[in-house]
Write a protein that binds this ligand. Structure first.
Ligand code: DAK
Length: 259
């Protein structure tokens, strides 16, 4: 990583790009600069062929307790547009490499929305998810009403969004929002282990699987199938496909190059 940040820590190790939200005194409340720093780190990792997987976590007792209320309180509707606040979030959601989130403590409001930008989520057993925006007389603005509804369905999403109640990690897992619940002290270790496993997978397959799964959310089944077919065929233009299949035939371990 060739720059330092004020509100996040970022670094790379063994094919994993780490981004840690770093405002623990305010439970990693997400201000505008933090969003642009996350985006900048993600985009650098996306361009860096050494990085295979991105791991997003929070420092301290929370993942993130939401957007920074102090910063936002006096914003005007026009500020949101002029400061590109929505577009930065949109760009975070189109990073091509897999993003795995490690959530401990609170993931609320914008913190929950940031978690929902991840492709897979691990959470500690004390994690709590929710959209408390309604308690501030506003509503989610970075995809919360859309992504939660697509994940858990209309009636359940309505309840969580309208009450502002917080759900436990167990409940979030039951609803299909998160992949794994682990003990707090094991969260980073287990998430890293999983990220390391993905880092060994053929990178182009991961990239096109991610792209295709995202299309499944937006497209009809027919359109999605057409998209999947094109990506399937495209992988046969890669060296890794030949390597993967030859390695199987020759009964050896494949050596993927991401080409
Ligand atoms: N913003 C600013 N500061 C926060 C914060 C937040 N969201 N959450 C916590 N803090 C600060 C607290 O003010 C406190 O600071 P000090 O008083 O020590 O200076 C410190 O973090 C520790 O918090 P507490 O003392 O309150 O800790 P507790 O354990 O007692 O309570 C809590 C934890 C998470 C239940 C509580 O802090 C809380 O209710 N926090 C607010 C949660 C919330 O309402 N979150 C939703 C915010 S609205 C957008 C994209 C996204 C969004 C908006 C626009 N665009 C793209 C335009 C998202 C909006 C939101 O997320």
């Amino acid at each position: 990583m060739n720059r330092t940040f004020e509100y996040i820590n970022a670094g790379m190790e063994n094919g994993i790009g780490f981004v840690e939200l770093n405002r623990p005194k305010v439970l990693n409340a997400i201000n505008r600069q933090m969003v642009s720093e996350i985006l900048s780190a993600f985009e650098q990792f996306d361009r860096d062929s050494e990085v295979k997987v991105i791991l997003l976590s929070g420092k301290g007792r929370a993942f993130a307790a939401g957007a920074d209320i102090d910063e936002m309180a006096n914003d005007s509707a026009i500020d949101f547009e002029l400061l590109n606040q929505f577009t930065d979030w949109d760009r975070i959601a189109v990073v091509k490499k897999p993003i795995i989130g490690a959530v401990q403590g609170f993931a609320l409001g914008g913190g929950f929305e940031m978690a929902l930008c991840c492709d897979m989520l691990f959470a500690s057993d004390d994690a709590e998810f929710g959209f408390p925006e309604v308690n501030l007389a506003v509503m989610p603005g970075a995809g919360g009403t859309q992504r939660l509804t697509k994940l858990i369905g209309k009636t359940r999403a309505m309840e969580w969004l309208m009450t502002g109640d917080r759900m436990s990690a167990k409940e979030a897992q039951r609803l299909g929002i998160i992949n794994r619940v682990v003990a707090r002290e094991l969260l980073m270790e287990e998430t890293k282990k999983f990220a390391a496993r993905l880092a060994k997978q053929p990178p182009l397959s991961l990239r096109l699987i991610k792209e295709s799964v995202h299309k499944a959310v937006d497209y009809s089944l027919y359109e999605g199938m057409q998209y999947e077919r094109k990506n399937f065929s495209l992988l046969f233009a890669s060296e890794d496909q030949k390597e993967g299949m030859n390695a199987f035939i020759e009964k050896r371990k494949p050596d993927y190059k991401g080409k």
